[in-house]
Design a protein around this ligand. Sequence first.
Ligand code: MG
Length: 246
Amino acid sequence: MAEQQAPVGYDDTPMLPGQPYRVHDSKRSAPRVVTPGAGYGDAPSDAVVLFDGSDLSNWQGRDGDAQWKVENGYMEVTPKTGDIQTKEGFGSIQLHLEFACPAEVKGNSQGRGNSGVFLLGGYEVQVLDGYDNPTYADGITGAIYGQFPPLVNATRPPGEWQSYDIIFEAPVYEGETLKSPAYLTVILNGILLHNRKEAMGPTGHKNLSSYDTVHGPTGPLKLQDHGDLVRYRNIWIRNLTDYDAS
Ligand code: MG
């Protein structure tokens, strides 16, 4: 007996407003297949792996090679060697990384387990030991630094590995004019901190952000040396500019 085949699309349905396709259009191309990593946080098949625990070959430091320590599958800030950044530049990305603040608690407020993840070289999502550590709200773990506190404080205790999943939409300039600002979606340890939050511009310390200084459409992913022994591992991105959302 012939098995009944379900239709895989239609060509007699209404046109979707603003799209060149019908509802359930049979001619619309299928989303490309991406194979997820085996476990949570493992890089999927279309990821650009920036740090897999072995070396800093995708990174550079202030004076050339990145000087941070690499051991046991993680990198660790080596104070006074400066921030490190990817050799390659990126625009809109999905980012995954994991970090751990020092198990030995030292200092307070912004002086405890401070580092940072800078998207497009200038938009900082704060890394801090924010566990039972009072500080200003727009500087706690997961803050869009100096602009917006996270919705909640979802930090794990010092020494424990924590995960960031960040979707960064790069701002778009047309000449000197900002056409579209940057947006950040930030998830810490599986918990939403920012839902497509519109950034005020590249982040700064003790000043107001703006888009007045025009910057390029791409920039490196940067990790901050704030003098604390913060560790990072499992860093990968997906280039969202590779995908057409229309
Ligand atoms: Mg910082």
